[in-house]
Ligand binder design. Structure first.
Ligand code: NAP
Ligand code: F7E
Length: 324
């Protein structure tokens, strides 16, 4: 039997690496769009032991011809569009780049699919940041959107264009509205990893304090490894649809910190310093997702609780920091 072929944009990111591993384990031939960088971007693929098992194709999300070539060379039947400028804080500093890479580029990928293989199934990495200033206490697929950052607004454009290409051209295009998901492979600028890395450094005597912004913000945090399974499940359905992927529980940054510090016998109050430099121009105060549709239609639910997630990230950072 011929192996199934998948193309992942953003393969060097947190989700791209976990998704590539999942697909390889399922017997897929995995291709990734790889934007040239002057520094090493392959550390996550190496961490998961799959650097040699994926085929990287040169390309950039803002360069349609390169995406057309990636579609042709890979002959992919499933396309997972994960590439983005994904850090909310940076989106106020680089709003135009964020609009191009996170928003308009979704249409580049949709056009590449439509041109080269309109039968390919397409996944768009949408986000709970589209709910922003929440319009319902628990956000679901029918909750109105109200983005609060250039990132959220760019993602909302990509989301609606995915819906539009499904309705206009009949593409099998699904949008996963994923709430925050974390792992030891999370970028260091995001709050969970910033905390777990700092906890390890403080415990090992390499750092004294941790400077944070709004620790009263609440997020619905899950494990990235669980969430990539939901992406794959969406593309196995007969009908393309949009799904919220979340745990259904929300926690403050403060309580997440407490878990991380307590794991190594420390109290967060002794080390966390509030620094307004990390406040955002407009905050998303609370997010809480309803995974009811995903459970009913995909049979998906989050397997990893916050305590297991955060303590596992601290353990991984203890190993990393001790080898620095
Ligand atoms: P991430 O770690 O920041 O990865 C982003 C990926 O996009 C990287 O591989 C990056 O490549 C690539 N990329 C950036 N600009 C590019 C360009 N111009 N051309 C080609 N590739 C480019 O993000 P993540 O956490 O894995 O998230 C995956 C996707 O899900 C993103 O679209 C994100 O916005 C969305 N999302 C994430 C979450 C979450 O909680 N993690 C929740 C909802 C939605 P380099 O490594 O070379 O920079
Ligand atoms: O912030 C607060 C911050 O940067 C979480 C991305 O993957 O998830 C992510 O976006 C909260 C915010 O993630 C610091 O103000 C306090 O309220 O970890 P974060 P995010 O902004 O929720 C969504 C779903 C995505 O789609 C995005 O791509 O934590 N916070 N102090 C801080 N945040 C950071 N980064 N650093 C601080 O010092």
């Amino acid at each position: 039997m011929q192996s199934r072929k998948a193309l992942i944009t953003g393969i060097t990111g947190q989700d791209g690496a976990y998704l590539a591993k999942l697909l390889i384990d399922k017997g897929y031939e995995v291709y990734g769009v790889h934007a040239r960088r002057s520094t090493d971007a392959l550390w996550r693929l190496r961490y998961l032991g799959i650097e040699k098992e994926v085929t990287l194709l040169g390309g950039d999300m803002t360069d349609l011809p390169s995406l057309l070539r990636c579609m042709e060379k890979s002959a992919a039947g499933e396309v997972y569009n994960l590439a983005a400028q994904s850090f909310v804080g940076t989106s106020w500093e680089q709003p135009i780049l964020t609009a191009n890479v996170t928003g308009v580029s979704v249409v580049n990928m949709l056009e590449a699919v439509r041109t080269v293989n309109p039968k390919a199934r397409f996944y768009q990495a949408s986000t709970s940041e589209m709910f922003g200033l929440i319009q319902e206490a628990m956000q679901s697929e029918t909750t109105p959107f109200y983005p609060r950052s250039p990132y959220g607004a760019a993602k909302l454009y990509g989301h609606w264009m995915t819906v539009n290409y499904r309705e206009s051209f009949g593409l099998h295009a699904s949008s996963g509205i994923l709430f925050n998901h974390e792992s030891p492979l999370r970028g260091i600028e995001f709050v969970t990893r910033k905390v777990t890395d700092a906890v390890a450094r403080i415990k090992l005597g390499k750092q004294k304090e941790l400077r944070l912004g709004n620790i009263d913000a609440k997020r619905d945090w899950g494990f990235a490894g669980d969430y990539v399974e939901a992406m794959w499940l969406m593309l196995q359905q007969d009908m393309a649809e949009d799904y919220v992927i979340a745990t259904g529980r929300t926690t403050t940054v403060r309580d997440m910190c407490a878990i991380a510090f307590a794991h190594v016998g420390l109290a967060y109050q002794d080390h966390v310093v509030i620094d307004p430099a990390f406040y955002r121009p407009a905050e998303v105060d609370v997010l809480l997702g309803s995974p009811a549709k995903a459970k009913a239609k995909l049979g998906w639910e989050a397997k990893t609780d916050l305590n297991t997630l955060i303590t596992g990230m601290v353990d991984a950072d203890m190993v990393r920091v001790s080898q620095d």
